[in-house]
Write a protein that binds this ligand. Structure first.
Ligand code: CO
Length: 430
C-alpha cells in the first residue's frame, strides 16, 4: 500500500483545482522540474524537465530524453470535481441568517451535500500597485452547512425528492450578517478592499479515510478525478528515463465540458507538443501521429446493491485492477489497437486489468480523452479506477487499486510505443 497515504494527503490539501495544481507544482519543483512561462520563449534542453500552468488550474509537465525523440507518451486526467460555485455577489440572507449564493458546478448528487461540514476555497484576484495578482485561499475550518428539511415536512423524502439548487442548496454560515469575502481576505492575508475578483467554491470538509474489515476501501471527496491526477503524477515522477517525451497533463473544467482556455478542449496540449517538437526539429504532425494518450478518469465499480445496472460481462470491481473503458459511440477513446497496447503493457507489469462497458440501455458518462484527441489526434485509451457513488460528496474506491494504477502508469511511461505505420505498432515493455 505504497501510495495510499500520499493520495489521501493530496486530496485533503486540494479542495479545488487551483490547490491541486499548486500541490502538483510543489511535487514537480521537489523533483527539479523547471517552471516555464507560457507567454515567454522556451529554452528547452535535451534531458530537461519542465512544466507550465494555465489559469493556475491546469498543468502540463514533460520530461525530454537525451537523444532525439519521435513521439510523446501522455497521461491526462482532471483536477476539478462537481461542487457548488459562489456567485459574483456571493452574500445573501435567509430568515436573518447569513447564507451563500451558490450555483452548481458539474453534475453532483445534490442530496449528499446536506448536513455535512463545508467551507469555501478557491482564488482571490488582488489589486497591486501595478495591476493584479492571484492569492489561493482555503478557509480551512468548518464554516457552512446546508441543512436538510426534516422528514416531518417531507414525508416522501425516502421515495425521492426533487431538489431545486436555487432554493434548496443555499449554505448557511452565520447568525447575522456576515461577509464571506472578508473571511476569505483575512485567511489569505490580504485587504478586503483589494479583492478585485474571485473564483470561490463550496467544498466538503471531510478528510479522506480508510474503511472496511481490513481497511480495503477509501472514502473521500473528489476521488473523481484526483485519484487519477495523483497516481499519474506519482508514476510520472518515478518513471525511468525513456527515448520518447513523457507528458503529464492535469486539466481543469472536465466536469463542465472541458470548453475553456485551460480545459482539454483547448489548444493547451497541442501548443505544448508544437513547442517541444520544435526543440528537436520534429514535425509536430508526425510526432503527434506517432504518440499515445492515456485518458485517466475514474470508472463505475459494480454497485453491490444494484448489480442490475451493469453489463453482465463488462463490469468492474473495486480492488480488481485498472479499468479499461469502452463505448461504441466513442465517448471513450479505447479501440482494439489502444486496448491491445495498454493491456499488453499491464500484463507485462503484472497489473490486473478489467474491461468496462455500459449496459446498452444505460447512457454512460463521458470524459476528456475523446475531446483531447480531436485536437491532438493520436492513439488513445480510456482508463480509470473503479469507484462507488461517483459525484457524491464522498466517494469510495479500492485501496489496492491505487498501487495498481501507479504501476500501470509507470510501465506505460517506461514502455516504448512505436507506431511504425497506421495499425502497425511495436511495443518494448520494460
Ligand atoms: Co471524472
Amino acid at each position: 500500500m505504497e501510495h495510499i497515504q500520499g493520495l489521501m494527503q493530496f486530496i485533503e490539501a486540494s479542495p479545488t483545482a487551483f490547490h491541486a495544481v499548486d500541490n502538483l507544482k510543489v511535487m514537480l519543483d521537489a523533483e527539479g522540474f523547471t517552471a516555464l512561462n507560457e507567454g515567454a520563449p522556451w529554452r528547452l534542453a535535451p534531458g530537461g524537465k519542465y512544466y507550465f500552468t494555465r489559469n493556475l488550474s491546469s498543468v502540463i509537465a514533460f520530461r525530454l530524453p537525451e537523444g532525439a525523440p519521435d513521439h510523446f507518451q501522455i497521461i491526462a486526467s482532471h483536477a476539478d470535481s462537481p461542487c457548488f460555485r459562489l456567485k459574483p455577489n456571493p452574500g445573501r440572507t435567509q430568515q436573518g441568517f447569513a447564507a451563500l449564493n451558490v450555483e452548481g458546478y458539474g453534475g453532483m448528487l445534490m442530496q449528499t451535500w446536506f448536513d455535512r461540514p463545508l467551507t469555501v476555497a478557491g482564488r482571490l484576484i488582488v489589486r497591486t500597485e501595478t495591476g493584479y495578482r492571484t492569492a489561493l485561499v482555503n478557509i480551512d475550518r468548518d464554516l457552512a452547512v446546508i441543512p436538510n428539511m426534516p422528514i416531518h415536512f417531507n414525508r416522501d423524502a425516502n421515495d425521492g425528492v426533487k431538489l431545486n439548487p436555487q432554493v434548496d442548496m443555499l449554505p448557511v454560515y452565520g447568525c447575522e450578517d456576515a461577509d464571506i469575502l472578508a473571511l476569505a481576505a483575512e485567511r489569505a492575508g490580504v485587504a478586503r478592499e483589494d479583492i478585485a475578483g474571485c473564483d470561490l467554491f463550496l467544498v466538503s470538509r471531510d478528510a479522506p479515510r480508510l474503511w472496511g474489515a481490513n481497511d480495503e476501501f477509501i472514502l473521500s471527496p473528489r476521488l473523481d478525478d484526483l485519484e487519477c491526477a495523483y497516481t499519474s503524477a506519482a508514476a510520472f515522477l518515478r518513471a525511468a528515463p525513456s527515448r520518447h517525451v513523457d507528458v503529464l497533463c492535469v486539466f481543469d473544467n472536465e466536469e463542465v465540458g472541458s470548453g475553456t482556455k485551460q480545459g482539454a478542449d483547448s489548444s493547451m496540449l497541442t501548443d505544448a507538443i508544437s513547442r517541444i517538437a520544435a526543440v528537436f526539429g520534429m514535425p509536430p504532425e508526425a510526432a503527434t501521429a506517432k504518440s499515445f494518450l492515456l485518458s485517466a478518469d475514474n470508472a463505475h465499480g459494480v454497485h453491490p446493491n444494484h448489480p442490475e445496472k451493469y453489463d453482465d460481462e463488462n463490469r468492474a470491481k473495486l480492488n480488481g485492477g485498472v479499468v479499461v473503458k469502452f463505448n461504441a459511440a466513442q465517448k471513450y477513446t479505447s479501440d482494439g489497437v489502444s486496448q491491445a497496447v495498454f493491456e499488453g503493457i499491464c500484463a507485462h507489469a503484472g497489473v490486473p486489468v478489467q474491461r468496462f462497458a455500459n449496459r446498452s440501455d444505460v447512457r454512460g458518462g463521458s470524459t476528456l480523452g475523446n475531446i483531447a484527441v480531436t485536437h491532438a489526434s493520436m492513439n488513445a485509451v480510456d482508463i480509470g479506477l473503479a469507484q462507488w457513488a461517483m459525484h457524491s460528496a464522498n466517494e469510495s474506491a479500492g485501496v489496492k487499486d491505487v498501487d495498481h494504477m501507479v504501476r500501470a502508469m509507470k510501465a506505460f511511461y517506461e514502455a516504448e510505443i512505436a507506431v511504425e505505420e497506421d495499425g502497425v505498432i511495436r511495443v518494448e515493455a520494460k
